[in-house]
Design a protein around this ligand. Sequence first.
Ligand code: ADP
Ligand code: MG
Length: 631
Amino acid sequence: MPADTKANAVETHQFQAEVKQVLDIVIHSLYREREIFVRELISNAADALEKFRHESLVHKQIFDEHLSLEISITMDEKEHTLTIADVGIGMTHDELIANLGSIAHSGAHSFISQLAETARKDVNLIGQFGVGFYSAFMAADKVRVQTRGFRLDDQGWEWTSDGIGSYTIQPADGLRRGTKIILELKEDAHDFAKLETIKRIITQYSNFVPFPILVKGEKVNTVKAIWTRNKNEIKEEEYTEFYKFVANAFDEPMYRLHFNVDAPLTINSLLFVPKENFERFGFGKMERGVDLHCRKILIAKHPEGLLPEWMRFLRGVIDSEDLPLNISRETLQDNTLVRKLSQVISNRMLKFLEEQASSDPEKYAQFWNTFGQFLKEGVANDFSRQKEIAKLLRFESSKTEKGKLTSLSEYITRMKKGQKAIYYFNGPSREVIEAGPYLEAFRSSDIEVLYTHEPIDDFVMTNLQEFEDKKLLSADQGNLELPESAKKEAKEEKEEGAKSQEPLSEKELKSLTKWLKEVLGDRVKEVVESHRLVGSPAIVVNPDSSMSSAMQRVMKAVNQDVKDNLSQLTLEINPGHALIKHLAELREKDADFAKIVGEQLYDNALIAADLLMEPRNMVDRMYKILERATK
Ligand code: ADP
Ligand code: MG
């Protein structure tokens, strides 16, 4: 291109709207830990080198082939500039626009609005969501990016911006391969041109970058594949440093599993469970965080299919010497070795978690509270490992103290003689579950009930179906088969209570249930005598064991048509309860009013199951009843 056209060739582009928002957050809210911008730029440089290394395997003609793969950092204390240069893959004109002018991240929209709220609290998120480059504007008034691709005929370009609304791109000659980022430091950021500052930041966050980082010519990082080293020789601090590096974290991990085996495959892996679960804060799906290496060389960053999807909360590295170095990233999932690798490591991880759960249950409870949702997802989706994952599930129960958890195996050890199933019941809190009528029969026969608090839990239980040959059943199931011994106890207790309350005779009961069914019509499947109620007059139960009321509630929330499903419920009434007896008498004296009471009885049972759809409909009816009661 002739020199004069070039002078005119400065293009000005506007940043994409999302980028403007990110920049605004980055510049105005995130100064507390702003030194992480160094880490972000170094990690981009390392990514670029990695990509170059990969491309260089397939391309014949490469520009500046002799350059050794390193990152060099220089600074000018007088000019207040900091320069980070790599000899990586570089960027073309269009790549500059796509990568440094917009945000490729799919969840960008929701992420940005969330970020605005949380950013102040958690700068960690910047790196997690790939807005890394823009963090340069935390410390710089102006950023210049000079870049040239790796192909012989690639043109060099310079990108500049003050991070406010736009950026420029123009051709640049005389560039070597790779990218150089020049930051003109803000007045209050002049420190970043100091040797000690930069060295300290690198040791803290970028020590394990797998390429040499030279600061003013001096190599400052370790470049050691810590995962291939002997466990006994690694210090705690080194592990923590490495964790901060692989997970882009600031804190320490919750768990660490360093795992080296020689058979059936040679595997060196170092995996971490972080302390935080961002999915819990509504940030959308957590991104995978385990890299695949072969003989210390990165094959793929966070590849899909390396571990089961529900293990996406793990961070770290898996290295296997048995993989071919030139394995294609695209076909990783179809590779038999990778599948084998995945198998071995996920099983080891499950075993590890089981060990943790038994050796330090309190810490495990903390893990469960943070990452339990992933295990539940595993039970629901990872069919081949379902049984193993189920051992890791934890719930509160009627036999645990509030806030304490128990496992399905522990539950089994406490099962009553003759008890065939594991029972659970869903409710928003322990108090709500215990106040409702569903536990009455279990309480009086001393049978344990697990408390599930999230609607997904019932989905998980239904999906799991059984644990160690014991069926998992929701306590609101219609045909409860409590063990004979327990039933007897329950009955005795009932009879004791009934001495003052002579229950309805068989005949009266039959006529009452028949009448109630007529009154309620399609709203119920049937009305029957209850064998489980002690203190409550009535209850709705599910004749169909595949659908607990918690699941019905979920359906109710998402689907108006669920009314049809509700008609599948059975109403059970307690023949010994005073209200039921009065109702039987009232029928004879005042049929119209008895009808009102019958309807209210049903609605109350629905309320107890949290299944009442239109509470407003019962207000008039309630007034009629109250009017009569206050007469
Ligand atoms: P992420 O690294 O998560 O993709 P960044 O905001 O850090 O997000 O970088 C955006 C993109 O810009 C990168 O994906 C990469 O394509 C490009 N990029 C950034 N720095 C470099 C560099 N030094 N060399 C080549 N490409 C780069
Ligand atoms: Mg980055």
